[in-house]
Ligand binder design. Structure first.
Ligand code: GLC
Ligand code: GLC
Length: 645
């Protein structure tokens, strides 16, 4: 195919000629990938940085860095690059199952992960997310999200060599590895921040520093606070520097200045360095906050998507086996663009958390009604994405923010403010007769906003049921847990199981005795793995045995159901029954209609509405059995779930 040479291809040719380290066929492959993605890379960069002095030198430096990182890429990973270029849907398949944990809380160290690889395999996990494992600042590090060295592993967990060993060993067992890459900020102990603090102008330009309060005050007019209770404000004053520094999250987390192209260059090199250690997925943390614009909330600005597209293009050139997960816990309208919309379609994140599905699950579970859930998921979300899909989840390491807008609530006939308040109260265990046990997070007296902590099992009622020694309530809680998992395993995307949820682990209050953790209630739902409970997982007479077997069954059925491939569109059905949530997956092998009963009574779904949705076989793929209609309706018990063909 004839190619017109761009100035960037010319830089690439010069770079290759100078490098001479790649074998001729590797050069060829690199050249093809560069040409494939150069517009995706340099288009946004030109718009972001083209007018800055030194732009051309920046581009040359970037091209040489890409070539160097390509040269350093190990042979086994180059092989994987070819394989995944041939099978680009590898992460969308119905056999993908995610499992998420803090390495120390799972089994101590990276080596400890290998010791438990059999457990991960038995569960069916194929995507292992190590919560932050790069070297954090000493003391409180926000669970590792305050990184002081991106090229070293947290010494308490192991070494970079251990990471390579683990990624290699897990890959041989069919498991991919996801690690966090914190893009919005570094620890104030990071070398760049230290040098900035010591007065080096070059590194002060890596962050947002201010001589006086005037700009911070002006920005603050429209900013929100992420941690209003334990880290109020968005700026911190350092007496030794005589400057204010932008610190959106905690004081020790300094926001990077992405309007400086050198920051882009540094992070690209770090990202591909980690890819070359065998990482399959980078979870790009807190991406919404990357670009600052006066007069806005400084979240989800259009430039964020330019940056993320450029990062993705860099990966596609050097390490196409790598995919990007973008962490943006934001409203639906703002969330969808992270999976690539409009000009970024197919070019941005491959994965994003389906925060709305998660919030709506908990909202429907508390109210036993599904109008709001159906409305939100039906109105705001496209049926599918190009080369991208959701990470679906019930719980993760973070709190639940009740991201339900006033408009959506009104459309479902409720007050947004009152409903958000109800959910916070319900899940904190303050609602009379409610089943949930949890805690408030970052109550903001100014806005009346409250977020929620708690494990999946405790929020589903298991903790209160065990406390009351109530066998019926324990059954209900287990059914809620399994209905939730049947939902996230069929909706489309990679279901992300949070460690311990497969055993029904409940809230753990031991963090309250730890001086570094006490201020952050999220540790309540980050219990250590209970290996004693895990030892009972095959015993159906135990609660953990019932949850584990139920979950294993769901995952087995997911793998056996081709309709669930994430590329198959999801359309939300409105069956007009408040209490039932339903969607159809269109697939080449016919439709799959999934139904979930959030109400606490039997529901009858008319045959005609199911036929209209495409059901012909009356076979429940989840139970792996035919269903029997009664009087031309499908009966569904409380917490019932069905995947119907
Ligand atoms: C992400 C993490 C969260 C952390 C924050 C700051 O949102 O999920 O745990 O506090 O980033 O890095
Ligand atoms: C906010 C942020 C999210 C972060 C969370 C931590 O929701 O948007 O990125 O994970 O706070 O609690």
């Amino acid at each position: 195919m004839p190619q017109r040479d761009s100035q960037y291809s010319a830089m690439m040719e010069q770079g290759l000629a100078a490098a001479k380290d790649l074998a001729p066929h590797q050069e060829d492959v690199f050249r093809m990938r560069f040409r494939r993605s150069e517009r995706d890379l340099f288009g946004p960069l030109q718009e972001l940085y083209g007018a800055k002095p030194g732009y051309e030198q920046f581009c040359r430096d970037l091209v040489s860095a890409l070539i160097r990182l390509q040269t350093e890429r190990p042979g086994a990973l180059r092989h994987l690059d070819l394989q995944r270029d041939l099978e680009p849907d590898w992460f969308q398949r119905q056999d993908m199952v995610g499992y998420v944990f803090y390495i120390d809380r799972f089994n101590g160290t990276l080596q400890g992960v290998l010791d438990k690889a059999g457990y991960l395999e038995e569960l069916g996990a194929t995507y292992i997310h190590f919560m932050p494992c790069l070297k954090p600042r000493p003391g409180d590090s926000d669970g590792g999200y305050s990184v002081m060295d991106y090229r070293a592993i947290n010494p308490a967990l192991g070494t970079m060599a251990d990471l390579e060993t683990v990624t290699t060993a897990l890959r041989q067992r069919g498991m991919s590895v996801c690690i966090d890459l914190v893009l919005n900020h570094t620890a104030k102990e990071h070398e760049w921040a230290q040098r900035a603090r010591n007065g080096e102008k070059r590194y002060q330009d890596y962050y947002w520093t201010f001589e006086d309060r005037s700009l911070p005050d002006a920005y603050s007019q429209t900013l929100v606070e992420v941690f209003p209770a334990h880290a109020p404000g968005n700026f911190t004053y350092y007496d030794d520097m005589k400057k204010w520094v932008w610190t959106t999250f905690n004081e020790h987390q300094w926001d990077l200045n992405w309007s400086n192209p050198q920051v882009f260059l540094e992070i690209v090199e770090i990202m591909l360095f980690l890819a070359n250690k065998g990482v399959d997925v980078v979870r790009l943390d807190a991406v919404a906050f990357m670009w600052k614009r006066m007069g806005t909330r400084c979240q989800n600005e259009p430039e964020v998507h330019q940056l993320l597209q450029a990062l993705r293009a860099a990966s596609r050139i050097v390490a196409p086996a790598l995919i990007h997960k973008e962490e943006a816990i934001v409203a639906p309208r703002d969330l969808i663009p992270y999976l690539g919309q409009g000009k970024h379609s197919g070019r941005e994140g491959n994965l994003a958390y389906h925060n709305s599905l998660m919030v709506q699950f908990w909202s429907a579970l508390a109210t036993r009604q599904t109008r709001l859930m159906t409305h939100v998921l039906r109105t705001h979300f496209p049926e599918s994405f190009v080369n991208a899909t959701w990470g679906t989840y019930l719980r993760c390491h973070d709190d639940i923010g009740w991201a339900i807008t006033d408009e959506d609530a009104a459309a479902a006939g409720v007050s947004g403010f009152a409903h958000r308040g109800f959910l916070a109260d319900f899940y904190a265990g303050r609602f009379p007769g409610g089943f949930a046990r949890g805690g408030d997070f970052q109550s903001n007296p100014g806005t009346g906003d409250k977020r929620t902590n708690g494990t999946c099992a405790s929020l589903c009622g298991l903790e209160s049921a065990i406390g009351a020694n109530d066998a019926g309530a324990i059954d209900d809680a287990i059914h809620r847990i399994l209905m939730g998992h049947a939902l996230i395993c069929s909706f489309g995307g990679i279901p992300l199981l949070y460690m311990g949820d497969e055993l029904g682990q409940i809230n753990d209050h031991s963090y309250e005795a730890d001086g570094h953790l006490r201020h952050d209630g999220r540790w309540m739902h980050r219990p250590k793995m209970d290996w004693t409970k895990a030892g009972r997982r095959k015993d159906q007479a135990t609660i953990e045995g019932r949850i584990y077997a139920g979950l294993r069954h769901i995952l087995d059925r997911r793998r056996a159901t081709a309709h669930i491939h994430a590329a198959n569109p999801v359309s939300i059905l409105d069956l007009g029954i408040d209490g039932i949530f339903a969607f159809a997956r269109k697939s080449p092998v016919g439709p799959l209609v999934c139904l979930f009963n959030f109400s606490e009574r039997w529901q009858s779904i008319p045959r005609s509405s199911l036929e209209a949705a495409g059901v012909t076989e009356w076979f429940d793929r989840l139970a792996n059995a035919a269903v029997t209609l009664q009087n031309d309706t499908l009966p569904l018990p409380p917490q019932g779930r069905i995947w119907l063909t």
